[in-house]
Design a protein around this ligand. Structure first.
Ligand SMILES: [Zn+2]
Length: 349
């Protein structure tokens, strides 16, 4: 199959000065993972794979549930219908099928990188067979994840180019059948390099995926990134992530650490620190889905991870934050799962 559309934007990877922030600006390149390019068309329903929905007695097949974000599990509230289940990536439908309705699309790397992980035992993950590719343009490691593959063509450690075949689109994993075959695509930051220690502490089931478990990734709005980058090839990933919108802030004691490990991995996260000064705590800004957006010095001494700010919301914060916060309005607190998430993110476990 001829494949010509993976490269959306050509740009150099050389850093140029960003006068506003005084930080180096690392540009990146990104293409689509299959021959389906309808994300940029007038009819995105040809791009996204639908889900089966039943709400208040009405069944439907909404393609909108294949988008990134809070797009699933409808719930009627006093403030209208909201969606409470977060979809951390996008579901891209196949464009080629054989006579048995088997999808034939190849799945390709979005851009240059190294295969960080390839799960070839589909029953070991809700993602089924999946591949994780690591990319680094100078702003820390970013990971593209390709799930529900029918077959995997690469192994951990393989160097890949943008457009290199990673496997075949399929329907392995949980909650998916042949009709709904798709590739679930995520583009993510890694939460902790000590994920396995954290996991062992709190979960009994075995972790088969080392640090490349879905639990250790926080996915950004990949469709938004495709669109924003197409409109502005000078966009950097830190700039895009800061556009996500803050939902809550959590302060964590600095203890003996001069910087949080996540700030060492993603240096652009840390802002506002005075040279030579070591604050008693760090305040992390998160989006509603838990994407870390910024880490700043926090001047108060604290002894435990503490919620310091939340965006006002007329509906329960639980619906907006994957149940990591509870409460409503300007009142909120971290739930148990929220506390575990912050521990992982800040390496305070
Ligand atoms: Zn999905």
């Amino acid at each position: 199959m001829k494949f010509t559309c993976w490269l959306l934007a050509l740009c150099c990877v050389c850093p140029v000065a960003n006068a506003q922030l005084g930080e180096k600006q690392h540009l990146f390149k990104l293409g689509l993972p299959t021959a389906n390019t309808a994300i940029f068309s007038r009819d995105p329903s040809k791009f996204y794979m639908y889900t089966y929905r039943s709400f208040e007695g009405v069944s439907s097949h909404p393609w909108t549930a294949g988008r990134y974000g809070f797009v699933r599990n409808q719930r009627r509230t006093d403030h209208g219908i909201i969606f409470t289940k977060f979809h951390e990536g996008i579901d891209i439908r196949p464009i080629l099928r054989d006579k048995n309705n088997q999808p034939l699309d190849e799945v390709r790397s979005l851009t240059d990188g190294v295969v960080a992980y390839a799960n070839k035992v589909s029953g070991r993950s809700n993602y089924g067979n999946y591949v994780v590719v690591r990319h680094d343009w100078g702003d820390g490691p970013f990971y593209s994840l390709y799930a529900h593959l029918r077959s995997v063509a690469v192994s951990s450690g393989d160097r890949v180019k943008g457009g290199s075949v990673l496997g075949q689109l399929g329907y392995t994993g949980a909650g998916i059948n042949r009709e709904r075959s798709h590739v679930h695509l995520e583009f993510a930051m890694m939460l902790s390099e000590r994920f396995e220690t954290w996991y062992k502490k709190y979960f009994r089931s075995p972790n088969h995926h080392n640090i490349h478990s879905g639990l250790n990734f926080s996915g950004m709005d990949i469709a938004g990134l495709f669109h924003s980058h197409k409109g502005n090839p000078q966009l950097t990933l830190p700039e895009f992530i800061r556009m996500a919108g803050a939902y809550y802030k959590v302060a964590v004691p600095a203890k003996h650490l001069q910087s949080l490990p996540i700030s060492k991995r993603y240096p652009w996260l840390e802002r506002g620190r005075e040279p030579g000064k070591f604050p008693p705590a760090w305040e992390i800004t998160l989006s509603s889905s838990g994407l870390p957006m910024e880490v700043r010095p926090y001047s108060k001494k604290i002894t435990r991870n503490t919620l310091t700010w939340v965006k006002d919301s007329p509906v329960s914060h639980s619906y907006n934050t994957l149940s990591r916060l509870s409460g409503i309005g300007s009142k909120a607190k971290l739930t148990n799962s929220g506390l575990l998430y912050i521990q992982l993110l800040s390496d305070t476990f």
